[in-house]
Design a protein around this ligand. Structure first.
Ligand SMILES: Nc1ncnc2c1ncn2[C@@H]1O[C@H](COP(=O)(O)OP(=O)(O)O)[C@@H](O)[C@H]1O
Ligand SMILES: O=C(OP(=O)(O)O)[C@H](O)COP(=O)(O)O
Length: 401
């Protein structure tokens, strides 16, 4: 069912009101703490600018990384406030916390049209627990709620779902509307063959998505840190590669389900391994059954890339989430770049190419191919869960239109 939109809020509705806007400012940073891709920040601007122009007091909120309920200095939202300020052309004050008395004083002092950014909501463990008291504390400094955090819409957290119990109206922002409009149409009746490419490092949350994806897709490509759990489940040695020990049985079951469903499951046959996790590591390409002890797989190998590229050319729709390797280090970027180039070449041939996820989008931006894809989604896990047919809790919680 359609959700109420920020577009339906008039200047009369919001002028002088405190509007809590949940955005997804979980952007990639380099080692020096500099933002390497600001797609997610730019994507939130239409909602922010609309509210500013209508005279609202705009209180932005976001998570950043996975600090697990503790204050982690490297996960403060300071760089985001600076970039937002530059993009909006006006100062954006960042508070030291996201709830409490000090925040209340700062909000009370806001002028109409002013923007502040609350500190990382995940510094409180109650955020991910969707704790009602924490939701109330967030709501205490606001009158109206707008959710524009598409990338976090698959999480039922306090700032994405719980807070809607205490603020009315609770509406969708322009980014969420735009993402749903595109993705629902592409996903509900896709041109087939439909393929998903899943990679990256969030193995435990993405491997569970694969189970339902197998009911939807014709081909499934697996790369990134995900592959080693499958290899280990097959009894192969994986050196010091990323492995989720408690997902080995699941990996086996997924391979069996793919066979039973007739879904073509493509896993790399060779990998680029490194003797340490660093840009200047020693690296070599080996077959997946020959990963040396103490070495870690950081990219798919050239033979696998070729196989993936050939198989992609037979697809009519492709949704990609998660890089094929540690593309931030040039010697492990070939798999990700190769897949990006193939997808970019398929879009003009009428293939629907959808890229989702903070790092996946950054990778495609890095090679200058973002504008050659059908759709760049700000959500990786969120777009995969939509493809699975799941209801996203951050959207379900909003008022009906
Ligand atoms: N083999 C690998 N081992 C460790 N990390 C990897 C591997 N392959 C990819 N990665 C890392 O995965 C990260 C992105 O993962 P993820 O957050 O799941 O993607 P997205 O943000 O696109 O959803 C990148 O920073 C990349 O370096
Ligand atoms: O980066 C995100 O998701 P994504 O990597 O699936 O695109 C979102 O900000 C959600 O982060 P989370 O997966 O830590 O909940």
């Amino acid at each position: 069912m359609a959700k109420k939109s920020v577009a339906q809020l008039t200047a009369q509705d919001v002028a002088g009101k405190r509007v809590l806007v949940r955005a997804d400012f979980n952007v990639p940073l380099d080692d020096a703490g500099q933002i390497t891709d600001d797609t997610r920040i730019r994507a939130a601007l239409p909602t922010i600018q609309d509210l500013v122009s209508k005279g609202a007091k705009v209180i932005l909120s976001s998570h950043f990384g996975r600090p697990k309920g503790k204050v982690v200095d490297s996960m403060r939202l300071t760089p985001v406030a600076e970039r937002l300020s530059a993009l909006l052309g006006k100062p954006v004050i960042k508070t030291d916390d996201c709830i409490g008395e000090a925040v209340k004083h700062q909000v009370d002092a806001m002028a109409n049209g002013q923007v502040i950014l609350l500190e990382n909501v995940r510094f409180h463990s109650e955020e991910e627990a969707n704790d009602p008291e924490f939701s109330k504390a967030l709501a205490a400094n606001a009158d109206i709620y707008v959710n524009d955090a598409f990338g976090t819409a698959h999480r039922a957290h306090a700032s994405t779902a719980g807070v809607t119990q205490y603020l009315s109206p609770s509406v969708a922002g322009y980014l969420i509307e735009k993402e749903l409009q595109y993705l629902q149409a592409a996903i509900e009746s896709p041109q087939r063959p439909l393929a998903a490419i899943v990679g990256g490092s969030k193995v435990s949350s993405k491997i569970v998505v694969i189970e339902t994806l197998l009911d939807k897709v014709d081909k499934l490509f697996i790369g990134g840190g995900m592959i080693f759990t499958f290899y280990k489940a097959r009894g192969l040695a994986v050196g010091s590669s990323l492995v989720e020990e408690d997902k080995l049985e699941l990996a086996q079951a997924l391979e069996a389900k793919a066979k039973e469903k007739g879904v073509e499951l493509l896993l790399p046959t060779d990998v680029v391994v490194a003797d340490k996790f660093a840009a200047d590591a020693n690296a070599k390409t080996v077959a997946v059954d020959a990963i040396p002890d103490g070495w870690m797989g950081l990219d798919i190998g050239p033979d696998s890339l070729k196989t993936f590229q050939e198989a992609l050319k037979t697809c009519k729709s492709v949704i990609w989430n998660g890089p094929m390797g540690v593309f931030e280090f040039p010697q492990f970027a070939a798999g990700t770049e190769g897949v990006a180039k193939t997808l970019a070449s398929l879009t003009p041939q009428g293939v629907t190419t959808i890229i989702g996820g903070g790092d996946s989008v950054a990778a495609v931006e890095q090679v200058g191919l973002a504008d050659q894809m059908s759709h760049i989604s700000t959500g990786g896990g969120a777009s995969l869960e939509l493809l699975e047919g799941k209801v996203l809790p951050g959207i379900a919680a909003l008022d009906e239109a």
